[in-house]
Design a protein around this ligand. Structure first.
Ligand code: SF4
Length: 145
């Protein structure tokens, strides 16, 4: 059975910043017959609910910055991503929640340090790790099965 890593909020886990979910019934129906391995780096690292964060370009590097404290939260998300893919070495497909700074595959927003929008087509930090490992990766809105 094909193993699919998927943003947990899409499967109904209440792990968004406000402790709600992004349950997507159509997507779940399309994934019938796949083995789903849910993940949520932000819930793991910061719990739910939690303050939001954005991707910010700082000195040519894209960082996840807390909107509450201004702290750089990247290491926690990147560390979870590495651990997840080291544990699950046979993932064939990654489906990320579109627009998320962690899970978006090609739909995440990146700002500059003045909060000016630089792009809406960036990769989130967890999706970046999936792509670096050669895993086929797609935003949930783009997945057609
Ligand atoms: S988009 Fe990713 S980080 Fe955000 S709640 Fe869903 S699984 Fe967690």
């Amino acid at each position: 059975m094909k193993k699919v890593a998927i943003s947990a909020c899409l499967t109904g886990k209440e792990c968004r910043y406000d402790a709600t979910d992004n349950f997507n019934a159509k997507l779940m129906a399309r994934l019938d017959g796949y083995e789903l391995i849910p993940f949520c780096p932000e819930d793991y690292a910061f719990g739910s609910p939690r303050p939001t964060m954005d991707l910010v370009e700082v000195e040519d590097e894209v960082k996840a910055i807390s909107n509450k404290t201004g702290a750089d939260l990247s290491v926690a998300v990147e560390g979870y991503a590495k651990q997840f893919f080291n544990t699950h070495t046979d993932i064939e497909l990654f489906i990320g929640k579109d627009r998320s700074p962690s899970c978006g595959v090609c739909s995440a927003k990146v700002y500059d340090t003045e909060k000016k929008l630089l792009t809406e087509q960036a990769v989130g930090l967890m999706a970046k790790e999936a792509i670096a490992r050669g895993i086929t990766s797609v935003d949930a809105e783009e997945f057609r099965g």
